[in-house]
Design a protein around this ligand. Sequence first.
Ligand code: NDP
Length: 327
Amino acid sequence: MYQASDTRYTEMRYNRCGRSGLQLPAISLGLWQNFGGVDLFENSRAMVLRAFDLGISHMDLANNYGPPAGSAEETFGQIMAKDLKPWRDELIISTKAGYYMWPGPYGEWGSRKYLVSSLDQSLKRMGLQYVDIFYHHRPDPNTPLEETMGALDYIVRSGRALYVGISNYRHEDTQKAAAILKKLGTPCVIHQPRYNMMDRWIENGLTKVLEEEGIGSIVFSPLEQGLLTDRYLAGVPADSRVGMSRQFKPGITEEKIEKVRQLNEIARTRGQTMAQLALAWVLRLPQVTSALIGSSKVKQVEDAVATLKHLEFSSEELTKIEAILAS
Ligand code: NDP
């Protein structure tokens, strides 16, 4: 029987999410890949439990994670029922709706019908009464933002979620969404954008809006799906995302790998792994509340948490990193 570690709060750092009361671990675990019905349940379970034991109190899901879609929530539901049930109040569990989930006009995008139905399905799959954070997963150009944000407000008022957020919204739409939610009395607490050394779009407007609005952020694919690690430095391992030809995998070119080689040298001088350098780098921004990692092995979760031993950068290191990224 699983017993949570007594030392689970000793290593982790918790950051306040924007100007809300919610604190999130600096490293969170995402269940997008390697937690589906096609994956080995015992490995998925071991990663979630090790994460919790290391202070990763936040697990991120979405309706469509798997494959097949929905199965990551089922896997997580089994882990909750088997192991984590006694610790429900120590966990922040999120899910999302926005991408294709079922056929017909109510199975994707941003209507009130889709969001509420989808969350009810997610709660059933996970065996939960409520989620801690519910996100609209991607903007919908054809549904009035008032309707989508109204659905998020309703979801909180009906007790299905404690907090709401948005994902993949550009800065102009983030501003509009935040204003509507504020008027409704349900704040937009968190944004989930993609951000890493090779994809820096949030620096061009979004971080400013987050700061002004007091919204926190949890950045996904901080390791560029494994590219910003030592995984591909000596070829393509058979058990990697690229090696297994997963549907979603990092785009690998010799040019990118060469940059990672140079970045890895900086990591070495800091006494860090490449993954730790990439995670510390996204966490350097005050607007980034948490780095949302994926994982295929328990040791990757452990490696990520050990990043917290060395988060600070000298201005010389930052300049060197900028030069490599710009080269
Ligand atoms: P990462 O960029 O962290 O990539 C994870 C992959 O990197 C792992 O599967 C593993 O690859 C490799 N890896 C991780 N840690 C290490 C390490 N220490 N050393 C070497 N390799 C390592 O994140 P993801 O792209 O997986 O995304 C993370 C989460 O973000 C998702 O689970 C999901 O919750 C969220 N997300 C949200 C999206 C949205 O639209 N809101 C979209 C995409 C993700 P390998 O499997 O090859 O071993």
